[in-house]
Design a protein around this ligand. Structure first.
Ligand code: NAP
Length: 322
């Protein structure tokens, strides 16, 4: 087995490296927070059989063409919009990901953003630190009620269900929109299907959780923001490309919607000088949806197990179904 070359594009937990070590020679990019440059990755994959990657790497056709021996790509993420799936399939390269294990952790973050944006938590914390707090004010830093409000979830899948369950604990009225209705989820957790227009027009909070793809690119833009309530709080934990950020900026700046909570951005990392970050009604965090210690360790192991199965020519335990 030792003849295989495995490229790992980030420093990952040792336990997951130990699993892969037995099956080949590892090349590990030594940084945890600096992405492996595209050209460097291209050089490294030219004689590789397996690639361990993540959302920050662009695995496009050009990169895959420079990797003629590649048998498996394993991403430490559930989303795979950064991988040219069509070409990988054409080449017979197996692609693995890490669904389900991160559902609850990501739902926690989505709900945290919902509450933080709705109740102006970051703005309030800054208010104190900047010595702006002079006295208690009747309407000072007032926000939107969460308890009893209507939540619209766009993309009611594994993570969406987790967000819905949390919302029901806050007595929220939960509606959802998918391309297909899911009667079993409606029965099981008590949510209602809604056409997108109605969801946008009637929801107090909107959480976007549809996957990133050509189809969902800019699915939320000017037209959709115009349909939302002026008091709406918009949360994106899916992919930045699903939202037209210029339209979002305009809606937030001009009072078209009330606030936004964002974990993902069209360009990552987002620049600190990006206009969106200048707005007080934006709560932004750096793509940390699944970032709990326990979940990230589990994801790293799952991705290693996918990779090993691919090297052995076995069916991946968590193969991308696309
Ligand atoms: P999932 O179970 O596949 O759920 C996605 C849902 O989106 C499905 O129910 C799907 O239903 C719906 N959908 C797909 N296309 C749609 C469209 N055009 N319009 C409306 N709904 C659509 O995926 P998941 O595990 O919940 O993850 C969802 C996404 O969250 C991932 O793809 C990833 O991009 C993102 N994510 C982000 C983080 C983070 O750190 N921020 C962490 C994990 C995941 P239909 O097929 O019926 O439409």
């Amino acid at each position: 087995m030792g003849e295989y070359k495995i490229v790992v594009t980030r420093k990952i937990p040792d336990e997951s490296l130990d699993i892969m070590k037995k099956y080949g020679e590892l090349y590990i990019w030594p940084e945890e927070e600096i992405a492996m440059p595209y050209e460097r990755l291209k050089e490294e994959v030219c004689n590789a059989h397996a690639l361990y990657t993540n959302v920050g790497d662009k695995i496009d056709r050009e990169l895959l063409e420079s990797a003629p021996h590649l048998k498996v790509i394993s991403t430490m993420a559930v989303g795979f919009d950064n991988i040219d799936m069509e070409y990988a399939r054409e080449r017979g390269i197996a692609v693995g990901h890490t669904p389900s294990v991160l559902n609850e952790t990501t739902a926690d973050l989505a709900f945290t953003l919902l509450m933080a944006a709705g109740r102006r938590i970051v703005e309030g914390a800054d208010y104190i630190k900047e010595e702006k707090w002079k006295s208690w004010g009747p309407m000072l830093l007032t926000g939107q009620d969460i308890y009893g409000a209507r939540l619209g979830i766009i993309g009611m899948g594994r993570i969406g269900e987790g967000v819905a369950r949390r919302a029901l604990g806050f007595n929220m009225d939960v509606v959802y929109h998918n391309r297909s209705q899911k009667p079993h989820i409606e029965e099981e957790i008590g949510v209602t299907y809604c056409e997108l227009t109605e969801l946008l027009q009637t929801s107090d909070f909107i959480v976007l959780l549809a996957p990133g793809s050509e189809e969902t690119r800019h699915m939320i833009g000017t037209e959709q923001f115009q349909l939302m309530k002026k008091s709406a709080v918009f949360i994106n934990v899916s992919r930045g490309t699903n939202v037209d950020e210029q339209a979002l900026y305009k809606a937030l700046k001009e009072g078209g919607i009330w606030a936004a909570g964002l974990d993902v951005f069209e360009e990552e990392p987002i620049s600190a000088s990006h206009p969106l970050l200048s707005l007080p009604n934006v709560t932004a965090v750096p793509h940390i949806g699944s970032a709990s210690i326990a979940t990230r360790k589990k994801m790293a192991m799952m991705a290693a197990e996918n990779l090993v199965a691919g090297i052995k020519g076995e069916k991946l335990p968590f193969e991308v179904q696309a």
